[in-house]
Design a binder for this molecule. Structure first.
Ligand code: HEC
Ligand code: HEC
Length: 204
């Protein structure tokens, strides 16, 4: 059973660990286009023209996908730019990386609600093991977690739409010490699983 599942799982993990090109549409793509099928299905249309992508997105809306007008436009621009006939590899002009702002935007919704996820600010363990934070973001985390008098059983999903530099900025902010995009890339390349990351958790 496990043997037969393994290649599928590995393919899924490899994709989870490969960054979507950064840009405002990457988060929408990740969140809206992977609820009914995998991103592999979504990206099977790689190379489609802008009109073809628009038709695909319309078809998905026919299947019940919901997008606001603004999200649809951002997503179509992103698909045309990065997954069209001539994908652009040049990164979009991005705002300077601000770890605190990235934390507020991508982590605080869960991590500032102690009922949902453990707090991340001011944790001494992060100073010794900043790499663990990057691993959680790249690969997710599963397995029961204790923090002070609470226990957490809901897994954290990976956030593959954050690129190496963004993850490095968040790690730097949380661990209160330098962490480079190269260091983040080294963690991403490890190809861990959520349960392996759990085993690597430093003592709080
Ligand atoms: C409400 C469910 C749902 C959502 C959300 C969804 N899809 Fe789909 N998608 C489907 C179904 C159903 C199929 C056809 C069956 C299959 O191939 O799995 C499909 C198939 C596809 C295919 C294969 C080619 C084709 O036309 O059949 C692509 C490409 C695709 N989706 C892209 C996207 C994109 C891009 C998004 C996000 C904007 C998205 N999907 C979101 C339901 C959905
Ligand atoms: C949708 C909710 C959600 C978001 C968003 C989220 N997390 Fe998590 N996170 C969790 C949950 C739930 C856990 C506990 C997982 C478990 O019990 O296995 C967790 C656990 C963690 C842990 C392990 C904490 C420990 O005590 O070992 C780290 C580190 C972490 N998250 C970092 C982040 C970072 C950094 C971000 C933003 C880039 C982020 N998370 C965004 C829900 C979230």
């Amino acid at each position: 059973m496990f043997r037969r599942l393994a290649p599928v799982l590995l393919a899924g993990l490899a994709l989870a660990a490969s960054p979507l090109p950064p840009g405002p549409g990457s988060e929408i793509l990740y969140k809206r286009c992977s609820s009914c099928h995998t991103l592999t299905t979504t990206l099977s249309a790689r190379g489609a023209s802008a009109q073809e992508w628009a038709a695909i997105v319309r078809k998905m809306e026919g299947y019940g996908m919901r997008l606001t007008e603004g999200e649809r436009q951002t997503l179509l621009d992103y698909l045309a730019r990065h997954f069209g006939p001539e994908p652009q590899s040049a990164p979009e002009a991005s705002a300077p990386l601000d770890g605190e702002a990235l934390y507020r935007r991508h982590c605080a919704t869960c991590h500032e609600q102690p009922d949902i996820a453990p707090p991340l600010l001011g944790r001494p363990a992060w100073r010794e093991h900043p790499d663990y934070i990057a691993q959680v973001v790249f690969f997710g985390l599963s397995g029961t977690l204790r923090w002070e008098d609470r226990s957490y059983a809901t897994p954290m999903e990976p956030l593959p739409f954050l690129d190496d530099a963004q993850v490095a900025a968040v790690v730097e902010y949380l661990a209160e010490q330098p962490f480079t995009a190269e260091a983040a890339a080294r963690e991403r390349a490890k190809g861990l699983t959520p349960s392996l990351v759990r085993l690597l958790r430093p003592l709080p």
